[in-house]
Design a protein around this ligand. Sequence first.
Ligand SMILES: Nc1ncnc2c1ncn2[C@@H]1O[C@H](COP(=O)(O)OP(=O)(O)OP(=O)(O)O)[C@@H](O)[C@H]1O
Ligand SMILES: [Mg+2]
Length: 476
Amino acid sequence: MPIEKVIVVEDDVIVRKNLEQQLRQRRYDVTSVSTLAEAQDSLCRDNFDLAFLDVRLPDGEGTDLLKSLQLRPQKLLTVITTGFGSVESAVDCMRNGAFDYLIKPFSAQQIEIVLKKAEDFTQLVKVNQFLSQEDEDAGYELLGQSPVMENLRQLIRKVARTQATVLIQGESGTGKELVARALYKESPRAQAPFIKINCAAVPENLIESEFFGHEKGAFTGALAKREGRFELAHGGTILLDEISEICSTVQAKLLRVLQEREFERVGGNRTLKVDVRVIATTNRQLEQSVERKEFRQDLFFRLNVVPIHVPPLRERREDIPFLAEQFLKRFGRKHGVRVQGISDPCWRALTQHHWPGNVRELQNVIERAVILCSEGGVLEAGHLGLTSPAPAAAGSLPAGAPAADDSAFPSLSELEKRHIFAALERCQDNRTHAARLLDISVRTLRNKLNEYHGGGAAKGTLGEGETDPQPAGVAG
Ligand SMILES: Nc1ncnc2c1ncn2[C@@H]1O[C@H](COP(=O)(O)OP(=O)(O)OP(=O)(O)O)[C@@H](O)[C@H]1O
Ligand SMILES: [Mg+2]
């Protein structure tokens, strides 16, 4: 699958035709030539993924071409084929960058083996390139000792074993991505690629190409063919993060992939088949998006085969002390600060806060506090900088205790709204800065504002370099 275009450089007609035929049967796009000059010409005009290169050619040595290929920025996997093999020449070719070496006559089976090796290698290289740009969170575990988290871990173990599509729902910062990674790590596909795409972060006009790839010249700027994330994830798992954010065209195409496991690249007409396990996350109520006709119902059903809900931190307060201690250790190490412990008022502040940003907020608060704390000191409430209008009353109220005046008691969504407006005010209505302050994506912020404004123009401006793929005012 990762290999498409193959060039065969071979002057022996019979060998060339046989090779060509076998490659075409496997649906590769084959160019075949019989001289070095023709080979050089084709290599200048086209990008190939694999070459079969004969050594003795009418106008020179294939090994010279092999050496010059190594100087190109984009390496071409080259299999040397020769009728005059020796251990020395094989070693020489491998030293000069050949991928493999075959002595003529070779069997169809030998070619199959080489192709399989080349496919696996190319896929690995591509996945590695992708992973090297990935985030630093990848190694972390899903922490928490509350019964809720225990149940969640049990569910993850059970579901991980299957191939079922999973939809993870929960507020921002609750750990949905960690749940997805845990599903992957405990699955039979743990050794295969894990490819993530954040649907909210990719501009709407590029998302289709990110999902499915594109052919050279598919659109302005598509200078070369590019594999999409589904192709990279072949044999492994794909995480579709913030799935609620994809437009209806891509929703339709995604439905087809989920049903048929096939698609075409943008600008291409070849149908590609993939074997991927799909995990999606969303911090919006997808059922409501379906009701509002913003999200296809059939796609929702296809994604929601196994639903997993990650509860907000305020619904598992027992986890706060454990998480706080773990983060204290992690950030103490990271910043080289030795913190002796956490003072009682600081513990109270931590356990009473209502954590609208969930574990992510707790993690950030502890990191900042560690930085502000002096070496060998104790974390104090002042280090936390918790200024949200979170209800001291709500957090500290024992369950079931009668409140003095229930009507004056603000709802969670009301508090969230007030907090968002406070952040915007502090950032002079700059939505990018406010989103950063609140630790949510610009898109999440925009959606919330759209909700408050009932679909009207949202408050706030975008910061430099931020794209806003949907016009403000689209009901969120
Ligand atoms: N249970 C947990 N144990 C340890 N770290 C956690 C836990 N939950 C969340 N985190 C940390 O909090 C941060 C946010 O988690 P994650 O990205 O998984 O949240 P999310 O639910 O995907 O949020 P969003 O909807 O905003 O994308 C990450 O740095 C993650 O490592
Ligand atoms: Mg996430």
